[in-house]
Design a protein around this ligand. Structure first.
Ligand SMILES: [Zn+2]
Length: 187
């Protein structure tokens, strides 16, 4: 069991109403200087992310915190071992905004901890620029390209209450859950 509960739109064959509501909400912006509670929430998200080895990134709403904080692996993207807290292998972005979209759109398959059991083909830009705040509340600018640009766009979407099923062109689910998912996706 992961240390922190991940909030999901559904589990097994049941829609999670309360969790869906939070995941679908636009997350709250943080104000500088960060409050003690904000600092605690940033720290909790990093702990939650570093405690697992099955995610490229994590957004605060995914652990039930409706604030604009994301963390994702920014180096050694193929590694699947948990990251050491305080390492340089991940980026933490607070109040992130995409300031520039460059490059082409590319389609690739994505999964999401908040949408268990499915993968979705999602079209994303291959290069973006992002402005955000770091953990200390300082302004930062970042460029992401390729897979990292995809991960960043996926995580930023969470802060707008958008999930892969909203972006997806094709949704794939296991055959034995066909009835459940067909019902969801045709409504
Ligand atoms: Zn996700």
């Amino acid at each position: 069991m992961p240390l922190y509960k991940t909030w999901t739109l559904w589990s097994e064959n049941k829609i999670n109403e309360a969790e869906s509501k939070l995941l679908r909400r636009k997350a709250e912006e943080l104000t500088v200087p960060f409050s003690d509670q904000d600092k605690k929430d940033i720290s909790t998200l990093i702990d939650a992310f570093c405690s697992r080895d099955d995610a490229a990134g994590l957004a605060a709403p995914q652990i039930g915190i409706s604030k604009q904080i994301v963390v994702f692996r920014s180096k050694n993207l193929d590694e699947r071992t948990p990251l050491a807290r305080g390492s340089n292998d991940y980026d933490v972005l607070i109040n992130p905004r995409i300031t520039q979209i460059r490059g082409d759109q590319e389609k690739a398959s994505e999964g999401c901890l908040s949408c268990p059991d499915i993968t979705v083909d999602v079209l994303r830009s291959t290069a973006i620029k992002v402005k955000a705040l770091d953990q200390e509340g300082r302004k930062i600018n970042k460029r992401y390209a390729g897979f990292l640009a995809r991960v960043a766009q996926h995580e930023l979407d969470h802060l707008e209450g958008k999930l892969i099923i909203d972006r997806g062109t094709t949704i794939y689910y296991p055959k034995d859950k066909k009835d459940f998912f067909e019902k969801i996706f045709t409504d």
